[in-house]
Design a protein around this ligand. Structure first.
Ligand SMILES: Nc1ncnc2c1ncn2[C@@H]1O[C@H](COP(=O)(O)OP(=O)(O)OP(=O)(O)O)[C@@H](O)[C@H]1O
Ligand code: SF4
Length: 271
């Protein structure tokens, strides 16, 4: 790993207006995909966006945005995030930029993870970020406690919870809602991912799992339902390959429609 920062001398998150956590009850439901799509959708709505990837054991944001192998630099205020575009409207910070060995963070114990996350909150020199999305690991772990403790004195608008339509995943989100209530974290809404499959030939969207679980949970739990993101094989291929932003953020089609609806609802809540 790169040498630790000497510590930023600015107020933590000074350049950030809004902070949104992206959480999921279990792994593999597409939390990082949703975080990426939310970031690209909010950017398309004309805002400057940051993504802080605190999934220390499985950082996937650099790969999804084609930024693998990029380096972060130091400035007097701390770490300079990596920009995904020339206009510098999408800034990214991830453990993936700091580790020389990708497996290193996997063996870290709780206190080392906590220290790293605190450093991420205090030492990144975000510049004019309207919305900072924090991609968290699945479940409720050391990383969640650490980020909430670090943000307590600062500001956090709340959390977006990601689920898939099956009952099992929805049950995990129910536990996430309880976690948010206990820790005083506002639930901004639920996103149901992989909700229907977009046919690569005709773009028809067909439900393959039972559907509506996320919506039912949101009404039972009294939290907003932000929308559904379909399973789109071209999106998976683009994100897995680290394709250019134009492919990671389709301009039209079922994914584009879903993302703009979800973002519209989210930005009405957080402004
Ligand atoms: N809506 C979608 N359309 C197509 N592929 C998707 C979609 N959502 C997720 N995927 C694919 O599923 C896989 C897992 O997604 P992702 O890494 O976002 O999940 P995660 O919940 O963040 O995982 P982890 O638990 O490892 O943090 C990836 O290969 C991703 O491309
Ligand atoms: S029309 Fe139906 S079967 Fe034909 S390509 Fe589209 S989804 Fe597949």
């Amino acid at each position: 790993m790169h040498p630790p920062s000497t510590g930023g001398d600015a107020t933590p998150l000074a350049g950030v207006k809004h902070v949104i956590l992206v959480m999921s009850g279990k792994g593999g439901v597409g939390k990082s995909t949703v975080a990426t799509q939310l970031a690209l959708g909010i950017r398309a709505a004309g805002h400057r966006v940051g993504i802080l990837d605190i999934d220390l054991c499985g950082p996937s944001i650099p790969r999804m945005l084609g930024l693998e192998g990029k380096d972060v630099h130091q400035c007097p205020q701390g770490w300079v995030p990596v920009y995904a575009d020339q206009q510098q409207t999408l800034a990214v910070m991830s453990i993936g930029f700091l580790l020389t060995d990708r497996d290193e963070a996997v063996v870290w114990r709780g206190p080392k993870k906590t220290a790293m996350i605190k450093q991420f909150v205090t030492d990144v020199a975000w510049q004019d970020v309207d919305y900072l999305l924090i991609d968290t690991p699945p479940g409720t772990s050391d990383e969640h406690i650490a980020i909430l403790e670090s943000l307590r004195q600062l500001r956090c608008d709340g959390a977006v919870l990601v689920t898939t339509p099956q009952n099992l995943a929805v049950g995990d989100v129910r536990r996430q809602v309880t976690f948010c209530r206990r820790t005083g974290l506002k639930v901004l809404g639920i996103v149901e991912n992989m909700s229907g499959f977009v046919c690569p030939n005709c773009s028809e969207c067909t439900n393959i799992f039972s559907s509506g679980g996320g919506e039912q949970l949101s009404s039972v739990a009294g939290v907003p339902f932000l929308g559904r993101l379909p399973l789109e094989p071209r999106l998976a291929a683009a994100l897995d390959a680290g394709a250019p932003l134009t492919e990671a953020a389709p301009a039209a089609g079922p994914v584009a429609d879903a993302v703009s609806e979800i973002v519209r609802g989210l930005l009405q809540t957080v402004r």
